[in-house]
Design a protein around this ligand. Structure first.
Ligand code: HEM
Length: 346
């Protein structure tokens, strides 16, 4: 009996039907990389899972030992510095890729009916990716990351309605202590990755159900084929992007390996507490306002983003001829870029 026949008896799945379902033709405009940007965060997430699992062999999530275990990974473990750096830079790359993908989807209006839920799942993915960034940074247990966690818990405490619960939940009590590191660890290595996998599955299922947006509008602009097969054509494009990224990540990991600051000292507040660069804009906004107004503003902006398809539908009813969506999008991008640069320069 052939291997295929043997397998078919034990796993009676119709492989031809399966390949038909998974190999749906891809619209021609996905040949352009900025339309296919959704695959990039997915690929970088896989790198993070792979490198993160290897780091877990050596990382110790205890306040007294966490910093030392990270130093051990960087200094003694074979290729530990490389794995740590790949983990750090693929996280940065994932955040950049998710943001670029969001911009593409936003400025091409691809979030409109019937893709509102695809957008909302995407927004949740963006928020979860940022949460992975915060929780991962805190695990290093250096001065800045320790105080970053303290500030995060305080900010969560200023949220409307759920503030008290959120800050106690994050800290594992009323103060930042040993329980806080355990909570960040469980969130970073188990809960958030599982939530991200589930959200990506729902997101991609919706993309498949609705097909890609406006293919005719985009296809008409260039001489592209109407559609092309997912396998092997689109997969090869994705693999080319993945290989290029792998080389880039390696170059960055070697040129700028993940560093290590002073160990956390709960008794000494550093003079300049600063989050990772992707929170600079929110940090600048907080500095310009008060804690309550700053947190409320950020919370409201996230809600507006989540429900943007409904806001956009309202705006289009008010002014059908104007692309107010583009205007608000440009304004939002300008605010984020200016605030980020401002905070970086200070
Ligand atoms: C881990 C994060 C994400 C992954 C892995 C992901 C993956 C994908 C993939 C593979 C596609 C198919 C087209 C393409 O490659 O661009 C797609 C489309 C889409 N994504 Fe995402 N995405 C993520 C985050 C987001 C975010 C943050 C948003 C918006 C806030 C979003 C909104 C959408 C929408 C509306 C579409 C449909 C676009 C169309 O039909 O033209 N996604 N996503």
């Amino acid at each position: 009996m052939s291997l295929r026949g043997w397998l078919k008896e034990r796993v009676p799945v119709d492989l031809d039907r399966l390949s038909e379902v998974t190999n749906e033709p891809v619209p021609g405009h996905l040949k352009r990389w900025w339309f296919a940007l959704g695959g990039t965060p997915a690929y970088l997430f896989l790198i993070q899972i792979a490198t993160g699992l290897m780091l877990l062999f050596y990382y110790v999530p205890e306040p007294g030992r966490a910093y030392g275990s990270v130093a051990n990974i960087s200094q003694n473990v074979s290729f530990g510095w490389w794995l740590r750096s790949l983990h750090k830079w693929s996280a940065t790359g994932m955040i950049v890729a998710v943001c670029l993908h969001t911009l593409r989807v936003f400025f091409t209006g691809s979030f409109r009916k019937p893709r509102e839920l695809t957008w909302m799942f995407g927004c949740l993915l963006l928020f979860m990716t940022l949460a992975e960034g915060i929780t991962g940074y805190s695990l290093v247990y250096e001065q800045l990351s320790y105080w970053g966690a303290t500030v995060t818990a305080n900010l969560a405490g200023a949220m409307p309605l759920v503030g008290k619960f959120a800050s106690t939940f994050i800290r594992g009590g009323d103060e930042v202590g040993p329980a806080t590191l355990s909570r960040f660890f469980v969130l970073h290595t188990a809960i958030l990755p599982i939530v991200i996998v589930a959200l990506v599955a729902a997101h991609i299922a919706l993309v498949r159900i609705h097909g890609m947006s406006d293919e005719l509008r985009f296809r008409d602009q260039v001489n592209e084929p109407k559609t092309f097969p997912f396998f092997p054509d689109h997969l090869l494009t994705e693999m080319m992007i993945a290989l290029t990224l792998m080389v880039l990540l390696d170059v960055v990991a070697v040129m700028a390996p993940a560093g290590l600051g002073d160990p956390a000292n709960p008794a000494i507040t550093p003079e300049h507490i600063r989050p990772e660069w992707y929170f600079y804009f929110a940090f600048r906004w907080l500095k310009l306002t008060s804690l309550k107004v700053g947190v409320l503003g950020t919370f409201t902006a996230a809600l507006v983003m989540l429900f943007w398809p409904a806001v956009d539908a309202g705006l289009r009813r008010l002014a059908p001829k104007r692309e107010l969506n583009i205007l608000f999008g440009i304004l939002a991008v300008l605010v984020v870029v200016v605030f980020t640069i401002w905070e970086a320069l200070v």
